[in-house]
Design a protein around this ligand. Structure first.
Ligand SMILES: [Fe+2]
Length: 224
């Protein structure tokens, strides 16, 4: 992705969050020079902040998202919190790749905008996607059973709880959508198991200065 596109997506994301009455913590709006002046060790090590990815597919509007990790921890070093929260902006018609987590339990929440849809599959004993058996989950405390890959729509304010090993693919329709994620600690480097050939972070072609740093760029930019 070009940096100019990343910058444009960040501006659009901030506008959509603002339109939905969702404000980020201060560091979400910091310029690079403000980042350089602050003590950001915990922010950097727990990978808080912005993340713009097309999962290496080069077609952001089909498969891509702008994410902001608001809080997170790192269990090994006891940094941060033993829980995590993200906000995910998915473009209308876009989706994230099919994946599951080995350790993370997450609630995925429709915070506003369009319709958030999700399809679920169990894991087979060899870790592959089970495309035959029904899936039982909790949606805001109510037990529900869905067919494998059944399209489930979650309206504003509602959520679905995803447990480890449950494969999920989700996206947005009827407008750009703000999706929340409240979870156990999040490690995007080791805990994502993709059932499609993708890469978690995009490579960026620098064609203009960065508006905000992305969470996978801290080491390169600030050297911590
Ligand atoms: Fe997930």
């Amino acid at each position: 992705m070009k940096r100019s596109m990343v910058n444009k997506l960040l501006e659009n994301a901030k506008q959509l969050l603002s339109n939905n009455g969702f404000a980020l913590p201060e560091f979400g709006y910091w310029s690079l020079s403000e980042w350089e002046q602050a003590d950001t060790e915990t922010i950097q090590k727990t990978m808080l902040g912005w993340d713009v990815t097309d999962f290496g597919c080069d077609d952001f509007y089909s498969m891509g998202a702008v994410l902001f990790t608001i809080r997170n921890g790192e269990l090994k070093s006891n940094l941060g919190t033993p829980y995590a929260e993200k906000i995910i902006i998915i473009p209308d018609g876009g989706r994230l790749p099919l994946h599951c987590h080995k350790t993370k339990t997450e609630d995925i929440i429709n915070r506003g905008g369009g319709t958030f849809w999700i399809q679920l599959y169990l894991s087979k004993s060899d870790g592959q996607v089970d495309r035959e058996n029904d899936v039982t989950v909790y949606c805001d405390g109510i037990k529900k059973t869905f067919g494998p890959g059944e399209r489930v729509e979650i309206s504003k304010g509602n959520s679905i709880t995803l447990t480890p090993g449950l494969y999920h693919v989700f996206g947005a329709s009827n407008g750009d959508t703000v999706v929340g994620e409240v979870s156990s600690v999040n490690d995007d480097i080791t805990d994502n198991y993709f059932a499609e050939t993708v890469s978690r972070f995009s490579s960026i072609e620098e064609d203009e200065p960065a508006l905000h740093p992305l969470c996978n760029e801290y080491e390169r930019l600030f050297g911590n």
